[in-house]
Design a binder for this molecule. Structure first.
Ligand code: ADP
Ligand code: ADP
Length: 228
């Protein structure tokens, strides 16, 4: 039932700043959970600890009942989509999407990687741009490439850090519908970080309201109240 479990997590940065103060929450398998809170409240810090990019000061993180705090990032089966897409500018779209499958100790043959990449590119409708470089694509198209690159590894958990914040308002509405439809189709457990209440309400199965390193409200449905 609890697919992701965060227990009494704390993070004190090297400069002594306590960014995360005793945070606990859980995510059910297949759920799309929004972590909602203002800029600087610690959302990225939490995602980075889940992804293994940052070591918690104390507390535990469990995936499927197993502690992952001591596992390598690459062994956590996490897909991470960043605010700024973080695509490789010198590679084509197809090469970007294939890349995670062709490196590391679990790498597979190029032709097999291409087959998997193309399957997901079909799903996210970026096949038409396969041979273009990211720089020639719109923000929304680049974000789809970044999501596709995260999905090809067939991760168990998808982390998205403000994935819509670099898009214009009109595109934001469209891409957020696409993201929700896509993660539901793939059935992947997703943690979606945003500072936008309206966005969280429209996309999340559940919202965790976060501020100043602590959870203010957990498991909010569609009828919660935020101070204006
Ligand atoms: P959010 O993603 O919600 O904007 P962050 O997790 O990026 O918040 O940051 C939370 C707080 O921790 C902020 O006050 C930020 O300045 C601080 N912070 C982030 N990274 C570091 C760091 N490496 N060292 C010290 N403080 C940091
Ligand atoms: P975000 O856009 O996610 O809020 P920030 O702009 O807060 O990110 O931070 C960008 C980078 O700078 C991150 O890698 C973060 O860890 C680092 N950082 C943020 N605040 C501080 C800080 N006070 N001291 C050191 N590093 C920081």
């Amino acid at each position: 039932e609890k697919f992701v479990e965060v227990k009494n997590l704390r993070k004190v940065y090297d400069n002594g700043y306590e960014a995360i103060k005793d945070v606990s929450f859980s995510v059910k398998k297949g759920d799309l959970v929004c972590l909602l809170g203002p800029s600087g409240c610690g959302k990225t810090t939490i995602l980075n600890m889940l992804a293994g990019l940052l070591f918690p000061t104390s507390g535990d993180i469990l995936f499927d009942g197993k502690s992952v705090v001591k596992t390598e990032p690459k062994d956590r089966q996490i897909g991470y989509v960043f605010q700024n897409y973080a695509l490789y500018p010198h590679m084509t779209v197809l090469q970007n999407v294939m890349f995670p499958l062709t490196v590391g100790k679990n790498k597979i043959a190029k032709d097999e990687a291409e087959k998997i990449a193309r399957k997901y590119m079909e799903l996210t409708q970026i096949t038409d741009f396969a041979n273009q470089r990211p720089g020639s694509l719109s923000g929304g198209q680049q974000q789809r490439v970044a999501i596709t690159r995260a999905l090809v590894q067939e991760p168990k958990i998808l982390l998205m850090d403000e994935p819509l914040s670099n898009l214009d308002a009109r595109l934001r509405l469209k891409i957020r519908e696409e993201i929700r439809a896509l993660v539901k189709k793939v059935g992947i457990t997703t943690l979606f970080v945003t500072h936008d209440q309206e966005e969280a309400l429209s996309i999340g199965d559940k919202i965790i309201l976060f501020n100043d390193g602590v959870i203010q409200q957990d498991d909010m449905g569609q009828n919660f109240y935020l101070e204006p």
